[in-house]
Design a protein around this ligand. Structure first.
Ligand code: RB5
Length: 142
């Protein structure tokens, strides 16, 4: 189950992400927002971050205008490793190296074509489980 969250800036791109998930039969829970009416991104960041940290959802996708505010807010929740990605290489690498559990994107930064390639890479790339990466992730939590 993928937890989804966005603010008004991220809403247009989130519609594209939802269409991609639907087309690929990937289950999700949408924590909002549900329109382009102005809202506060930390509210949605925290809903998604808690769903992932509590184990209700295995991963999350967060979108705001830049992806910056919403990723900063999500990373305040213990156990969350939210990665702001604007390219496919980073999306793949952050799964392999950081076991990132939330993907953040900026709807005013990247277009939908690239965003969906990033989503695909993020969802399909497993964590490497290499000892050095396991050790470094544990150090983040210290
Ligand atoms: C909203 O205008 C904008 O500030 C927000 O979407 C995000 O970019 C914040 O980091």
């Amino acid at each position: 189950m993928i937890a989804l969250g966005c603010d008004h800036g991220g809403f247009p791109l989130m519609k594209e992400v939802i269409a991609y998930l639907d087309a690929n039969h990937i289950p999700y829970e949408n924590f909002g927002t549900f329109s382009e009416e102005s809202v506060d991104y930390p509210v949605y960041a925290k809903k998604v971050a808690h769903a992932v940290a509590d184990g209700k959802c295995e991963k999350g996708i967060l979108i705001c205008g830049t992806g910056i505010g919403i990723s900063i807010a999500a990373n305040k929740v213990k156990g969350i490793r939210a990665a702001l990605c604007g390219d496919v290489f980073s999306a793949k690498a952050t799964r392999e190296h950081n076991d990132a559990n939330i993907l953040a994107m900026g709807a005013r930064v990247i277009g939908p074509g690239l965003a969906l390639e990033i989503v695909k890479a993020f969802l399909e790339t497993p964590f490497s489980n290499d000892a050095r990466h396991v050790r470094r992730i544990a150090q983040i939590e210290d």
